[in-house]
Design a protein around this ligand. Structure first.
Ligand code: AMP
Ligand code: MG
Length: 317
C-alpha cells in the first residue's frame, strides 16, 4: 500500500526510498509532486516512465533553502531579490547552472539552466532535509491528466508506479508554481502560477513582467530556448555510419564504427538510454563530428520520449 499518512517516520522512510533511486509522491503547497533524486539519471528517467510523458521537458528541482539553491545555480541580483521575496513559496526560478553541477542531465533536459524552487509545505521541507538530495519533481499525475491536488488522486493515477505516496491532505493552493526566467536583468514569465506577475513587478520594481514570447518568430522545434539542440546533424534510424559521422548506438549489436561511438544502452534498457541521452548527444557533438548517426530506438514506453527528443535534434534548422 503505497499511500501513507505523512508522519516523521514515513517521511524518513520516503527519504530512504528517494536516496535509493525510487519515486516518492509528496505534498507541496501548490500540487502533489512526483519526486526523484535529481542527481540520479535513472531515477529521473523513472519519473518520465511513470508519467507516460511522450517528451522530455526540464523538471523543477526542489531544495530546502536558498543556500542549497545557490550551490546548484548562479544567483544574480535579480534571482537573489526574487528568492528573498518569495521563498519558501510557489515561485520557480530559472538560473544558469553552476559548473560541475551534480544534477543529472535528464533533469534539466540537457540545458545549462536549471529551474529551482524552495517549497513552503512542512512535509516537503522535512522530506528534502531528510533525503539530503535535491528532488526533481513534476506534478504527480499521468501525462495529459490534471495535476493531482490530493493523495488519493495520485494513487488513482500512478498507483504502483510510485514506491510511496505521502498523504498530507488536499493541497493548499491547487495551482502550479509561477516560473520566472531570472538569468537576465529583467524577469521573464515562463509560466503563470501561484504568484502573480503584478506581485513580481512590485518586488522587482519593473513595471511589467515580460511573458516569454515564443510565437513572435518562427522557430523549429530544436531551436526552442527550452530545448537543447546539438550542432551536429542528427540522422535517425541509421543502419550504417557515413564518413564524418559519430555513432549513437542502442542495443547489443549494430554497425561497426571506429570513430566516436556511445551506446545508450547495450542491454536495450530504455530507462538507462533516457538517463544517458543528453550527455551522449553533448559528448558526440563536442567531438567535432559533422553528424550523428542514431540507431533505431523502439517507440514503446520511454522510447517515445527518446525518439521525440532525437527527432527534434534532427529537425532541419
Ligand atoms: P512541470 O514539470 O509540469 O512542473 O513544469 C515545469 C515547468 O518549468 C515547465 O514549464 C518547464 O518548461 C519549466 N522549466 C523547467 N526547467 C526549465 C529551464 N531550465 N528553462 C526553462 N524552463 C524550465
Ligand atoms: Mg503537470
Amino acid at each position: 500500500m503505497p499511500r501513507v499518512p505523512a508522519t516523521a517516520e514515513t517521511i524518513d522512510q520516503a527519504a530512504l526510498l528517494l536516496r535509493d533511486g525510487r519515486l516518492v509522491a509528496f505534498p507541496t503547497e501548490t500540487v502533489y509532486g512526483l519526486g526523484a533524486d535529481a542527481t540520479n539519471g535513472m531515477a529521473v528517467a523513472a519519473i518520465f516512465e511513470a508519467k507516460g510523458r511522450p517528451h522530455f521537458n526540464p523538471l523543477i528541482v526542489h531544495v530546502p533553502s536558498l543556500e542549497q539553491a545557490a550551490s546548484l545555480g548562479q544567483f544574480g541580483s535579480l534571482a537573489h531579490h526574487l528568492a528573498r521575496a518569495f521563498w519558501p513559496g510557489p515561485l520557480t526560478l530559472v538560473v544558469r547552472q553552476v559548473a560541475g553541477s551534480p544534477i543529472a542531465d535528464l533533469t534539466t533536459a540537457g540545458l545549462d539552466t536549471i529551474a529551482l524552487r524552495v517549497p513552503s509545505h512542512p512535509v516537503a521541507r522535512a522530506l528534502m532535509i531528510a533525503a539530503q538530495c535535491p528532488i526533481a519533481a513534476p506534478s504527480a499525475n499521468r501525462s495529459g491528466h490534471v495535476s493531482a491536488t490530493e493523495a488519493h488522486h495520485v494513487e488513482a493515477d500512478l498507483g504502483p508506479r510510485v514506491a510511496m505516496i505521502l498523504d498530507a491532505g488536499p493541497s493548499e493552493q491547487g495551482l502550479e508554481s509561477t516560473v520566472i526566467d531570472a538569468t537576465g536583468t529583467l524577469p521573464v514569465l515562463l509560466r503563470p502560477g501561484g504568484i502573480t506577475a503584478e506581485e513580481i513587478a512590485r518586488v522587482t520594481g519593473v513595471a511589467s513582467v515580460r511573458a516569454a514570447d515564443v510565437t513572435a518568430r518562427p522557430i523549429s522545434p530544436g531551436q526552442l530556448a527550452s530545448h537543447y539542440a546539438p550542432g551536429a546533424a542528427v540522422r535517425l534510424n541509421a543502419t550504417n555510419v557515413a564518413p564524418g559521422e559519430a555513432l549513437l548506438a542502442f542495443g547489443p549489436s549494430g554497425p561497426m564504427h571506429a570513430g566516436p561511438t556511445i551506446n545508450l544502452s547495450p542491454s536495450s534498457d530504455l530507462r538507462e538510454a533516457a538517463s544517458r541521452l543528453f550527455a551522449a548527444l553533448r559528448e558526440l557533438d563536442a567531438s567535432g563530428v559533422r553528424g550523428i548517426a542514431v540507431m533505431p530506438v523502439p517507440e514503446t514506453g520511454l522510447g517515445a520520449a527518446i525518439n521525440d527528443r532525437l527527432r527534434r535534434a534532427g529537425a532541419p534548422r
